[in-house]
Design a protein around this ligand. Structure first.
Ligand SMILES: C[S@@+](CC[C@H](N)C(=O)[O-])C[C@H]1O[C@@H](n2cnc3c(N)ncnc32)[C@H](O)[C@@H]1O
Length: 208
């Protein structure tokens, strides 16, 4: 499989609108940020996958974490740059994940909130493995995916700005196996409900 370009184009088209919609920090994400920051080793250099509008990066930086903002959607990257932030176009499935600010040094953690939902099931292990390789021993991972069966295409938006997102859903046992096989030690998988029927599996894991 490969990255779904129509999903990426949908985000490109509505990046500013999406960023505004997602600007308020959900309670469960705030909880996960607290835990992630507390457990982060080293100097606290973090690779963020799917930064979107940049809500979580700002909160992490308030806690003294150094965040590399990235997104697979140029729409979000441009939005972040217009806001005065450095941001890189990066696809975790195919691009070099090495830190341009610290050549040769792995990250202390990976923050991937609500973005790996768009990675195809057959690519999920590859992405998790690449993220593991980019992270130091003892480094932390936050990743959240939607709980459920199979895959779906979510369509909403307007005729002028249609959105079409391909999403992969996960059950906890398969998610746990994928993480372990990719080189992560899972410490916890929490269940959260966002909007009604928006059920998240939120991963806390580390590198052995
Ligand atoms: C639901 S938004 C979440 C954005 C942000 N992390 C947040 O919590 O508000 C999904 C994010 O995943 C990104 N994305 C889309 N396809 C992706 C893929 N194949 N791999 C990684 N990220 C992807 C989108 O560009 C977008 O930033």
């Amino acid at each position: 499989m490969s990255t779904d370009r129509e999903t990426v184009r949908s985000y490109d088209a509505v990046a500013a609108e999406y960023a505004a919609e997602a600007a308020v920090m959900p309670g469960w994400v705030a909880t996960e940020i607290d835990v992630f920051v507390t457990e982060l080793p080293g100097s606290g250099r973090v690779l963020e996958i799917g930064s979107g509008g940049g809500r979580d990066a700002l909160e992490l930086e308030k806690r003294g974490i150094s965040v590399r903002r990235t997104d697979v959607s140029m729409g979000f990257v441009e939005l972040l740059r217009e806001g005065g932030f450095e941001a890189d176009l990066l696809d975790p499935l195919t691009d070099d994940l090495a830190d341009p600010q610290r050549p040769g040094m792995p990250y202390d953690g990976i923050w991937a909130c609500a973005c790996l939902i768009h990675v195809a099931r057959e690519d999920f292990g590859t992405v998790l493995g690449r993220l593991a390789e980019a992270t130091r021993t003892g480094g932390r991972l936050h990743a959240s995916v939607r709980e459920g069966e199979g895959e779906d295409v979510s369509t909403h938006g307007s005729a002028a700005a249609p959105r079409r997102y391909v999403e992969t859903y996960w059950r906890e046992p398969a998610l746990r196996s994928a993480l372990t096989d990719a080189g992560w030690i899972v410490s916890d998988i929490r269940r959260y409900v966002g909007r009604p029927h928006d059920r998240w599996l939120s991963v806390r894991a580390s590198r052995p």
